[in-house]
Design a protein. Structure first.
Length: 283
C-alpha cells in the first residue's frame, strides 16, 4: 500500500471528484475536501450519521481461527480458480473481512492491485496488513465504506469484484467494473449449516437465495456460470463456537443451543455454497 496507489482507486464522497495524494497521509480533491489516511494503510470514507453494525474484533478473531483451520478451503480454491481464469490486473473485494478469500485469489493471479472494502475498520486493517505482507508484488489498499451508499471509488477501476457473503449494490458494482468486467459472488445454499440452524445456533438462510440474486442483478449483469461447492465437516465444540461467532449469528446469538454447552460432542455439519460468476453488461 502507498498513499499514491490508494488515491488511484478513490473519489471524493462529497463531490465525487477524484482524490489525490497529499502528504503526509491526506487525500484531497480539487474542491478542497480532505480526508486523513490511517497510518495502518487505509482510509475511512463513510459519510453521514447512519448507525451501522460492523464486525467486531472478536468476530474477526473467530473467523481467523475457523478459516485458518481450513474448513472453507475448498470454497476458497474454487473462487481462486474461477477468478484466475480471468487473469485480472485490478481486484476489489467488497466485504473483505480478514482477507481470507482475497489472499487465495491473489495466489492464482498476476494482479498488481487490490482494494479491500469493509464496514469494519478492524477488518480492513487485517486485510491490508496480512494480505499485503503475503503478496508484496501487489499493492493492497483498504477502504472503510458503506456498500449501501454511493461508493467513494472511481468509475471503471476494476477487472473483477469479489463479493463473498457480503451486501450487494448492483448499480455501483456495474459502475466500478471496466467493460466486460467480472463479478464473482458467493452465497449459501439452502442446506448450508442446516444442522446448526436446526439446533437454534445460526440464523436461517433465505430460501432460493441464488435465484433471487440472479433476478436482482439482471439489469446490470449476465450470469455466466454457477458452481456449487459442498462438503461435510466434523466440528469440535470449539470449531462450532468459532463458526457461530464469526458471522451475522454473532450479533443475534442469545445462548439458545450454545455450542459451548455440548461438552465433547462433535458435530457433522453441512457446508453448501454457490459461486455465481457474472459478466458486466454494457451500459
Amino acid at each position: 500500500m502507498s498513499l499514491q496507489t490508494l488515491s488511484e482507486w478513490l473519489r471524493c464522497p462529497i463531490c465525487f471528484r477524484d482524490l489525490a495524494a497529499r502528504e503526509p497521509l491526506v487525500l484531497a480533491c480539487v474542491n478542497g475536501h480532505a480526508f486523513d489516511v490511517n497510518k495502518r494503510g487505509f482510509v475511512s470514507l463513510i459519510a453521514g450519521s447512519r448507525k451501522l453494525q460492523a464486525d467486531s474484533p472478536a468476530m474477526l478473531d473467530a473467523r481467523d481461527r475457523f478459516l485458518g483451520a481450513g474448513w472453507y478451503s475448498q470454497l476458497r480454491t474454487t473462487l481462486a480458480d474461477a477468478v484466475g481464469a480471468v487473469q485480472p490486473s485490478r481486484l476489489i473485494d467488497i466485504g473483505c473481512g480478514t482477507g481470507y478469500y482475497l489472499d487465495g485469489v491473489l495466489d492464482g493471479t498476476r494482479a498488481t492491485a487490490a482494494l479491500g472494502i469493509d464496514l469494519s475498520s478492524a477488518a480492513v486493517a487485517r486485510t491490508v496488513r496480512g494480505v499485503g505482507q503475503r503478496h508484496p508484488s501487489a499493492s493492497v489498499d483498504g477502504l472503510v465504506a458503506d456498500v449501501w451508499s454511493p461508493l467513494p471509488i472511481r468509475d471503471a477501476v476494476a477487472d473483477v469484484i469479489l463479493n463473498v457473503f457480503a451486501p450487494r449494490n448492483p448499480p455501483e458494482f456495474h459502475r466500478l467494473l471496466r467493460a466486460d468486467g467480472v463479478l464473482a459472488i458467493v452465497v449459501p445454499q439452502d442446506t448450508h449449516l442446516a444442522e446448526l440452524r436446526s439446533a437454534g445456533m445460526m440464523l436461517d438462510v433465505q430460501a432460493d437465495k441464488a435465484a433471487l440474486l440472479v433476478d436482482s442483478l439482471a439489469g446490470h449483469f449476465a450470469l455466466e456460470e454457477r458452481i456449487p461447492v459442498a462438503t461435510t465437516m466434523t466440528l469440535s465444540p470449539a470449531d462450532v463456537a468459532g463458526l457461530v461467532g464469526m458471522g451475522p449469528s454473532a450479533h443475534h446469538h442469545t445462548g439458545v443451543g450454545n455450542p459451548e454447552q455440548n461438552g465433547d460432542h462433535h458435530w457433522s455439519v453441512s457446508a453448501a455454497f454457490e459461486l455465481l460468476v457474472f459478466r458486466r453488461k454494457a451500459a
